[in-house]
Design a protein around this ligand. Structure first.
Ligand code: HEM
Length: 406
C-alpha cells in the first residue's frame, strides 16, 4: 500500500468531511504521510476495536509531535515524559491513575457546579447580547470553559488570559498542525506554566481548600510527586479548554447552516442536550487520536508494523454510514447518536459530563434569550478554522442576534 500524502489544505481545513467520506469509502486503513511510519483508520467499528486494545495500540508510546527544532524538541519532550500522566499512560498504570483522579473529579463535584455555571453563562450572555453583533468565541465560548475549569481546580480565574495562552502553547507541542512554529516562545510559556502550577500545588499542600487540586493531593496519598501533580493539573487545564470552546463554536455553525434545526431549538430550548450530542457527532472538536503500535498487528486485514503511528479519524467515523443512518444529516433529535467524539474505552474523556453540561447550559440560555440569530454579514464565507489537523473549531464567530422581549 503506497503512502498517501494527506491533502491538508485550506479547503480541507474549511470542510474535511468530503475528504473523510472519500477515504472512508475507498479503504478502512491507509498509510499516510508526512508523520513517519503512520496509518489512518477511517471506519467506526475498526476505531472502536483499536481503542479497546490499549495493549497493542499504546498511548504511552506516543511522542509529542513537536514541530519544534530537534534541540528544543528534546526539552519539550522532557516536559511531557518525566511525570505520570493519565492521557499518556497504558494499563495497568493508567488504571491506577484513572481511579485516583476519579476520586477527586466526581460527578457530584461537577453537578454541584451547575448553579454557579449557569449564573456565569447568563452574565457572559447578557454582556454579549447587549450588542446586536458579537464574536461568540471571544465573548463566550473561550472564556466560559477556562473560567469553569479554573474554579474547579481552585486556580485564580483572573489568570484566565495566561491559562488560555499556556493551554494553546501546550497544544502546539502535541497536536499535529500545518507548518512549523518558532519554538522559543512556546518553551518559555511552558516553563512559566509549570512554575505557576508548582507554586499552587505547594500552597495547597500546606493549606488544603475545597478544590480539585487539594482533592488530588489527598487522593494521591503520596503516590504522586509534584511533577506528576503538575502534569495532571496541566492535562485538566488544557484538555477541556479548546475542545469545549470548539464544541460551542461548531454547534452554533451547524445550527446556523441548518435553519430548520435552529428553529426547532429556538422553539424548544429543552432539546439542547440532544443538540449537543448531535453537534459532537456531526463536527466534533477533536477530529483524530493517535496511538503507537507495540507489536506487529493488523487492522481490518491491513498489516501495521510495530512502532507505527496510528491515527484514528474520529470525525470520519462519526459519519460512517455503516453506523449512522443518513450520516451527513444534522438532526438535533437523532436517536442514539453515540459518537466517538469523546473517544472510547479506557481513555474515554474524563471531562465528558462537564463538557456536556457546559454546552447544554449555553444552548439553553442562549436559545431562550434570542428570537433570531444569524452569521454577521460576510462571516460565513470567511470563517477561519485555524491550522490544527486534530482540533477543529472557528477562531472567531461573528453573529447577529435579536433578543426576545423581556
Ligand atoms: C480524554 C475529547 C472536554 C479531560 C479525552 C479523549 C477525547 C476527549 C476524545 C480521549 C483521548 C484518548 O483516547 O487518547 C474531549 C472533547 C471535549 C472534552 C471533545 C469537549 C467537548 C474535556 C474536559 C475535560 C477533559 C472539559 C476536563 C476538565 C480529559 C482527560 C482525558 C480526556 C483528563 C484523559 C482521560 C484518560 O486518559 O483516561 N477527551 N474532551 N476533557 N479528556 Fe476530554
Amino acid at each position: 500500500m503506497p503512502p498517501a500524502a494527506l491533502p491538508w489544505s485550506p479547503e480541507y481545513l474549511r470542510d474535511p468531511h468530503p475528504f473523510y467520506a472519500s477515504l472512508r469509502e475507498s479503504t478502512p486503513v491507509l498509510q499516510v504521510e508526512p508523520f513517519g511510519e503512520a496509518y489512518a483508520v477511517t471506519r467506526y467499528d475498526d476505531i472502536v476495536s483499536v481503542l479497546k486494545n490499549p495493549g497493542i495500540f499504546s498511548s504511552a508510546r506516543v511522542e509529542p509531535v513537536v514541530s519544534l527544532t530537534a534541540e528544543s524538541g528534546e526539552k519539550a519532550r522532557e516536559y511531557f515524559s518525566n511525570a505520570k500522566n493519565l492521557i499518556s499512560a497504558d494499563p495497568p498504570e493508567h488504571t491506577r491513575l484513572r481511579a485516583l483522579v476519579g476520586r477527586a473529579f466526581t460527578p457530584h463535584r461537577i453537578a454541584e457546579l451547575e448553579p454557579w455555571m449557569r449564573a456565569l453563562t447568563r452574565e457572559l450572555l447578557d454582556r454579549m447580547l447587549a450588542r446586536e453583533e458579537f464574536d461568540l468565541m471571544a465573548e463566550l465560548a473561550v472564556p466560559l470553559p477556562v473560567t469553569v475549569i479554573s474554579k474547579l481546580l481552585g486556580v485564580e480565574p483572573e489568570r484566565r488570559e495566561d491559562f488560555k495562552r499556556w493551554s494553546d502553547d501546550v497544544l502546539k507541542t502535541i497536536a499535529m498542525a500545518v507548518g512549523t512554529r518558532d519554538p522559543a516562545p512556546i518553551l518559555a510559556s511552558l516553563q512559566e506554566f509549570h512554575a505557576y502550577l508548582e507554586r499552587i500545588i505547594e500552597q495547597r499542600r500546606r493549606e488544603p481548600r475545597e478544590d480539585l487540586i487539594s482533592a488530588l493531593l489527598e487522593a494521591s496519598e503520596g503516590y504522586l510527586e509534584v511533577p506528576d501533580l503538575i502534569s495532571f493539573t496541566r492535562v485538566l487545564l488544557v484538555a477541556g479548554n479548546e475542545t469545549t470552546a470548539n464544541l460551542l463554536g461548531n454547534a452554533m455553525v451547524a445550527l446556523l447552516r441548518h435553519p430548520r434545526e435552529l428553529e426547532r431549538l429556538l422553539e424548544n430550548p429543552s432539546l439542547s442536550a440532544s443538540a449537543v450530542e448531535e453537534a459532537l457527532r456531526y463536527d466534533g472538536p477533536l477530529q483524530a487520536l493517535v496511538r503507537v503500535t507495540s507489536e506487529d498487528t493488523q487492522v481490518a486485514g491491513h498489516r501495521i508494523p510495530e512502532g507505527a503511528r496510528v491515527m484514528l479519524l474520529l470525525a470520519c467515523a462519526n459519519r460512517d454510514p455503516r453506523r449512522f443512518e443518513q450520516p451527513d444529516r444534522f438532526d438535533i433529535t437523532r436517536a442514539n447518536p453515540n459518537s466517538l467524539a469523546f473517544g472510547h474505552g479506557v481513555h474515554f474523556c474524563l471531562g465528558a459530563p462537564l463538557a456536556r453540561l457546559e454546552a447544554k447550559v449555553v444552548l439553553e440560555e442562549f436559545m431562550s434569550r434570542v428570537r433570531h440569530v444569524s452569521f454577521a454579514p460576510g462571516q460565513e464565507q470567511s470563517l477561519d478554522w485555524g491550522d490544527s489537523l486534530q482540533l477543529r473549531g472557528p477562531r472567531a464567530l461573528r453573529l447577529r442576534a435579536e433578543r426576545r422581549p423581556t
